[in-house]
Write a new protein. Structure first.
Length: 124
């Protein structure tokens, strides 16, 4: 199984969101250089299912999320430690949709880093 590249996928989704769902690319793109733009983007997309899966519907089907997480358990455990999701992390194993829970945990964990990468790409 090929390892699912969360960082690349999330970064690409943020770029797409900025280009197609905001007016940040208009004019001279000055908004991309605003000191607070990363925080604004974070606040806007944190609950977006299409980026973090942290909304009511999740990022993808349960089976798909399980596949994504299967090659990234190390990343899930890193994220769970960061969010202090232990021992409550066991909720992921007993919930109806553990794959979606773990997938959203990883996506939320990487969100800030991927926003910065997306902004770097767009500033070029």
């Amino acid at each position: 199984m090929e390892k699912y590249d969360y960082r690349k996928v999330i970064t690409d989704e943020i770029v797409d969101w900025i280009v197609n769902q905001t007016d940040l690319m208009e004019d001279d793109r000055a908004a991309l250089y605003d000191d607070d733009i990363s925080n604004w983007i974070y606040d806007e997309v944190f609950a977006e299912d299409s980026i973090t899966g942290n909304g009511p519907y999740g990022y993808a089907r349960e089976e798909q999320c399980r596949e994504y997480v299967a090659s990234n358990f190390d990343l899930y455990f890193e994220a769970a430690r960061e969010f202090d999701d232990f021992p409550t992390g066991e909720v992921a194993w007993t919930s109806r949709n553990p794959g979606q829970h773990m997938d959203a945990t990883i996506r939320c964990y990487l969100l800030g880093e991927c926003i910065e990468k997306a902004l770097e790409e767009l500033r070029k």
